[in-house]
Design a protein around this ligand. Sequence first.
Ligand code: FES
Length: 318
Amino acid sequence: MTEYEQLTDLVVADRREEADGVVSLTFRRADGTELPAWEPGAHLDLLLGEGLERQYSLCGDPADLGTWRVAVLREPAGRGGSAHVHERLTVGAPVRARGPRNHFRLRPAPGYRFVAGGIGITPILPMLAAAEAAGAEWTLLYGGRTRASMAFRDELAARYGDRIQIRPQDETGLLDLAAGLGEPRPDTPVYCCGPGPLLDAVEAYCAESGRPGPYTERFQPKAADPDARDTRFELVLARSGLTLAVAADTSVLDAVRTAGAEVLFSCTEGTCGTCETDVLEGVPDHRDSLLTAGERAAGETMMICVSRCRGERLVLDL
Ligand code: FES
């Protein structure tokens, strides 16, 4: 069993209102022992009961092995995960977690340009501390609907001063990326987390301006490629010794589960990374929202909940 497959029983040790609609929760292990280590960019799956699972970025201090902290935006139009957290996870409440897992690592660099939109500030918070500790030159451009909706803004301004640009949309409009990020430098990548339209804008801006990155984490899946075609292919599960036919209207994950093979999954929309599986033969047709261009080209792993096969045969390490 990998570390990611381990489940940890937690209790809520502290809970704070961080902004309009945002609470932070600090967890301790239920038995009081140390928690697994993590690095900036990591997230947890919180198993909220009755099949409800949600991913939340860790936003505390990685050096503190006694607690984990997440912050959760209440989404009235959501599917129930954030409402459950806001209504039921009071101090002392038990909750089970899977993880941490990290698809948004901070790579060593002499400088960084961080961009956060709304609750997308959460994975960026520990990245700022890590960049600071490493002596990197960095800035943060932080947008939100209103100042009152932007979690941790006072903490950030007090700690980091004018390296933080707070840009509430009702005061300053949409983020001005060119003005906020300054001159592009080849050794200063962009890291961004926030709503899909912001990530799309940052990706387009980096491509146009020649900036390295962006490295992003998405909470919602990217728009589907309208030209993508779903075709039938043969799937070999190397460890299980099974050969399956994946129909055009079936996902790899569903085919694997129907065959009875053990596989972990959570979001089923290509954003969390839980179902990442090693590819032994064949070319994946990547449709997830988290692998980098380099990882896609390498084709060594794939998210089997959404990705398919470019050819007629795929062999997976399952
Ligand atoms: S289950 Fe989340 S990426 Fe596949």
